[in-house]
Design a protein around this ligand. Structure first.
Ligand SMILES: O=P(O)(O)O[C@H]1O[C@H](CO)[C@@H](O)[C@H]1O
Ligand SMILES: O=c1cc[nH]c(=O)[nH]1
Length: 238
């Protein structure tokens, strides 16, 4: 049955869904990796496709930007469409000096300034963490692909603001080994915990907060995701 934000029927989604923020990236991913892809929802232009990859069912759908948007789609996918695992395929801004533009980050945990997970368990600072098996599968795929020093795994920041950064925050986070910043993973990990399902974010570094000399253009942000996509597919079908 269709939900408020997804015009699909039970069985239209595969157990594993790849979710980029950008619905046009969802279409590019569907065209790049899926066989016999069909559009299963387009409410609000948030395109979702289902097909197969090497004979296994796989879906891809945009999430929109920010934790509220991601939470709406992830909640409906987990609760109404039988989805078992969601792998976010996103872009992120580098924080650690170890991380360079074009590198791939497996987000094993996500700090956040959002209130969304604070409200989940009264009196508790919720730990937003990835599914260990998905993270391991993605990491092993990255090693096998020869990514070498371009492959990272560790904590990230999921922030509500894109343009506002409190003074000293980036340096402090770098001091705690935080790899990069994006806007959705903490919410994904919270919703997955709520429904007892699996989640992971695999991120492409599109820019660096401490050095903007190598930042990607808007077009590159839409298209330069092949390395992280390969790891996300490996995790999705592991
Ligand atoms: O490239 P996506 O997946 O949209 O991710 C990043 O890009 C958007 C901001 O430009 C935010 O959604 C952020 O998390
Ligand atoms: O949220 C994001 C995503 C990409 N780059 C950033 O600087 N921030």
């Amino acid at each position: 049955m269709a939900t408020a934000h997804i015009a699909a029927e039970p069985g239209d989604f595969a157990p594993a869904v790849l979710m980029p923020g950008d619905p046009r990236r969802a279409q590019r991913i569907a065209e790049a990796v899926l066989t016999d892809a069909r559009l299963v929802t387009d409410v609000r232009g948030m395109l979702g496709f289902t097909g197969t990859y090497e004979g296994k069912p796989l879906s891809v759908m945009g999430s929109g930007m920010g934790q509220p948007s991601f939470t709406i789609y992830a909640t409906e996918l987990f609760s109404q469409f039988g989805v078992e695992r969601i792998i976010r395929v996103g872009t992120a801004g580098g924080i650690s000096p170890e991380v360079k533009v074009g590198d791939v980050v497996i987000a094993t945990g996500a700090h956040t300034d959002s209130a969304m997970n604070q409200l989940r368990v009264p009196g508790v600072n919720f730990s937003a963490v990835a599914d260990f098996r998905l993270a391991l599968a993605a990491y092993e795929a990255g090693v096998d692909a020869g990514l070498g020093e371009r492959l990272h795994a560790g904590t990230i920041l999921s922030r509500d603001h894109f343009y506002f950064t409190p003074e000293g925050q980036t340096q402090a986070l770098a001091g705690y080994g935080t790899l990069c910043v994006e806007m959705e993973a903490a919410a994904l990990y919270g919703v997955a915990a709520e429904f007892g399902r699996q989640a992971l974010a695999v991120l492409t570094i599109s820019d660096h907060l401490l050095d903007h000399s190598e930042d990607m253009s808007a077009a590159e942000r839409e298209t330069r995701f092949q390395d992280s996509l390969a790891l996300a597919v490996a995790a999705a079908l592991s």
